[in-house]
Design a protein around this ligand. Structure first.
Ligand code: SF4
Length: 373
């Protein structure tokens, strides 16, 4: 069961430079004092809406590069959580940070203060993409950090992004492959968005950066989801949490509050397309899936059904649910037979059709030059 998290935002703290796409002011306006952290934990526990023993509870320091702050500051925050850990009200601490801010000395401090989970902002494993994004670290820094964290027994989460300057779908999938080989405990994937107050805003206004369209992001992510699923690495989240601040600061880019669901729907579309192409023998068909996959099969506002009906000239395309069907699989019933396909059996060519469709609509490259040029 996923832990219940009390998030504390420390905007831009510890960041040595500003990454091209980042606007941490969006998540919190002020840096809370260590004392304010204690009050926040206390209040959050007081307002818990489920029995206290039901889920593990973690305090999470998000929003900057926690381990790149000086050790005294790190300790002042970690110390505020200790009374709650000692009394059993909080189980552990999680934090997010940069891959190049994890010295052995820092890791020893974190272990000593009950930090269990470390989310590493990797973003890409392509050095050129990292350079263009002004990340200030290399892919090697990331792999070394992940390996050392695992050696020291931390739970490791990896953050990746799609659509960074200079990125391509193949490079993103290659980054994912490298991360999979390092066996993190979970992965989060965010789309690159153009936010107010970032360098990316300036590049975008100059026509030097063009974000992915929502359809392109879905197609990249579709392949990524299958890669992670094959490797049995959990996906903690795809996309960003919709907030008022995000809405106010978003200028362009593939934001959608239910991005993961759109990706799942795109995979069901591909499966249905393959089955209908191979086995359709008339103008009527029935698609059958597990009840929990029903909304993904239909697509938002029934888009999958409407598009498939049109594409295959169907008079009638019905949907049925059946608990016996494996999650992620799809059955097609025609007048003569029943055929089945699991998403793991999708060939590259089946998945690529959607990607080609999405890319054919693009007029401009993601980024033509080095952003600093
Ligand atoms: S390291 Fe993270 S928090 Fe800091 S500027 Fe870069 S993306 Fe933002």
């Amino acid at each position: 069961m996923t832990p219940w998290i009390i998030p504390i935002f420390l905007p831009h703290q510890g960041c040595r430079q500003r990454c091209l796409f980042c606007n941490q002011k969006m998540t919190a306006q002020h840096m809370p004092s260590p004392q304010a952290v204690r009050e926040c934990i206390h209040d959050s526990l007081h307002h818990l809406s489920f029995p206290k023993e039901e889920r593990k509870k973690q305090v999470a320091f998000y929003g900057g590069s926690f381990t790149s702050m000086n050790h005294e500051v790190q300790i002042s925050y970690l110390s505020e959580v200790q009374p709650f850990i000692s009394s059993g009200m909080i189980d552990s601490i999680r934090l997010s940070t940069r891959p190049d801010g994890l010295s052995e000395e820092t890791l020893t401090i974190l272990k000593g203060y009950g930090v269990k989970t470390i989310e590493v902002g990797v973003q890409s494993m392509v050095d050129d993409v990292l350079l263009r994004s002004e990340r200030g670290h290399t892919a090697k820094d990331s792999s070394s950090a992940i390996l050392r964290l695992k050696e020291r027994g931390f739970e490791v989460g990896v953050h990746l992004m799609v659509g960074l300057p200079g990125d391509s779908c193949d490079q993103f999938l290659n980054s994912l492959d490298q991360i999979i080989n390092l066996k993190p405990d979970f992965v989060r994937i965010h789309p690159t968005l153009v936010l107010k107050g970032t360098t990316m805003e300036e590049l975008w206004k100059l026509g030097k950066y063009s974000p992915l369209t929502l359809e392109e992001a879905i197609q990249w992510l579709k392949k990524g989801v299958l890669q992670l699923e094959k490797a049995s690495i959990p996906i903690a989240r795809i996309g960003l949490q919709p907030t008022k601040e995000l809405e106010e600061n978003l200028l362009a880019g593939p934001f959608h509050p239910a991005l993961h669901q759109l990706v799942e729907s795109a995979l069901f579309y591909d499966m249905a397309e393959v089955l209908l192409q191979k086995y359709l023998d008339g103008a009527r068909a029935v698609l059958i899936c597990h009840p929990k996959d029903l909304s993904n099969l239909k697509g938002q506002k029934n888009t999958n059904l409407i598009t498939l009906k049109e594409r295959f000239g169907l008079q009638d395309l019905r949907i049925e649910e059946n608990k016996e069907v494996r999650r992620g699989s799809l059955l097609l019933k025609t007048s003569s037979e029943i055929s089945c396909l699991d998403r793991m059996e999708l060939a590259d060519s089946d998945i690529n059709r959607g990607l080609k469709r999405a890319c054919s609509l693009r007029e401009d490259p993601i980024v033509p030059d080095h952003p600093l040029n």
